[in-house]
Design a binder for this molecule. Structure first.
Ligand SMILES: Nc1ncnc2c1ncn2[C@@H]1O[C@H](COP(=O)(O)OP(=O)(O)O)[C@@H](O)[C@H]1O
Ligand SMILES: [Mg+2]
Length: 252
């Protein structure tokens, strides 16, 4: 047998070990391209993940998978290469000084996009409850799974909040601390990207987050504030948007 025939065989065997069941394997193979499957196998080789259970959610820009690691369950976020999203991704990355040397090549943009969420999550974890990051392999981000019984905790939009006024206050304080102390803005904060974990709110989905110096950063900050004010007001809080903006944008 020639050497180059060994690799696909080893790969098939590795895949068999890696998936919980042939159903999980099929479902996952359906949403991933070959290069991404290779990245997943590399992540397994590195010991970042052990077995794959299946898909939690598959959205416009990413698929969320559930995996076992040596330390319990992990959420595996895979950034996908849907054509439409590229221009937007490129624009967000390019304005961020942390990604100045970006090459305009699709695969590279996706990988840098994953790296951006990885970096944002690391910074955010100093301020707010969010998934701990375990590792990154190309467009595959492995992080703490925030949920129980194999299901993510519910999104804020699906939960009745007991004290919306104080939850809003806390959320605004975190937005502000993230901006002032870590110099980033979440950029896509809303009741869709906050999970309700028992008594605390866990923020997820930091891929759109940018550094303070990004030309869009202040607009994103304003949008995040408006989103959370509107949501918590719809739940009974009575905070004026102007006051919330003044609070977040002031330096004291
Ligand atoms: N770390 C995590 N733990 C548990 N569930 C998660 C985690 N990250 C994402 N999810 C689930 O997957 C969904 C999609 O993930 P998200 O990061 O918001 O990607 P998208 O860009 O597709 O919105 C979330 O709404 C949430 O239900
Ligand atoms: Mg989301």
């Amino acid at each position: 047998m020639k050497d180059d025939e060994m690799y696909p065989r080893r790969k098939d065997e590795k895949k068999r070990q890696m998936f919980d069941s042939s159903e999980a394997q099929k479902a996952i193979e359906n949403v991933l391209d070959d290069q991404t499957m290779d990245a997943l196998l590399k992540a397994a080789d590195r010991g970042l993940i052990n077995r794959m259970h299946g898909i939690i959610e598959s959205g416009k820009e990413s698929a969320l998978l559930l995996a076992d690691t040596d330390d319990g369950l992990a959420a595996v976020k895979i950034y996908m290469k849907r054509a439409g999203a590229f221009r937007e991704m490129y624009r967000y990355l390019k304005g961020d000084k942390r990604f100045r040397n970006l090459k305009n090549d699709r695969r590279n943009i996706i990988n840098e996009w994953a790296k951006k969420e990885f970096k944002n999550l690391k910074k955010a974890s100093n301020i707010v409850r969010c998934p701990e990051v375990y590792g990154l392999q190309e467009n595959v981000l492995v992080m703490e799974f925030i949920g129980e019984d194999f299901r993510p905790y519910p999104k804020l939009k699906d939960v009745n909040i007991e004290n919306p006024e104080s939850a809003l206050k806390q959320t605004l304080d975190k937005i502000k601390a993230l901006w002032i102390q870590e110099e980033i803005v979440h950029g896509d904060l809303s009741e869709y990207n906050i999970l309700v974990e028992k008594d605390s709110l866990a923020w997820i989905d930091f891929s759109q987050g940018v550094h303070k110096s990004h030309p869009e950063a202040e607009n994103l900050l304003e949008r995040d504030v408006k989103n959370v004010v509107n949501f918590f007001n719809s739940q009974g809080a009575e905070t004026k948007t102007e006051n919330a903006l003044d609070h977040v944008f002031s330096n004291s």
